[in-house]
Design a protein around this ligand. Structure first.
Ligand SMILES: [Zn+2]
Length: 56
């Protein structure tokens, strides 16, 4: 099964492209956004992880 066909059915081959940190007014990280990109077709998939306890 080729990667093109896998992409067609939604089974992308994601690779971590970039992470972004969201901070609150105190400078604590509240959310980390992981931006993944398919190495084959370039589709972007974003995953957000929320921290209830401030992450340092
Ligand atoms: Zn893809």
């Amino acid at each position: 099964m080729s990667q093109d066909l896998k992409c067609f059915v939604g089974a992308h081959k994601y690779e971590l492209h970039e992470t972004r940190e969201v901070r609150d007014a105190r400078g604590d990280i509240t959310t980390v956004i992981y931006i993944n990109r398919c190495t084959n077709c370039g589709k972007i998939h974003i995953k957000k992880v929320f921290y209830e306890q401030p992450y340092r």
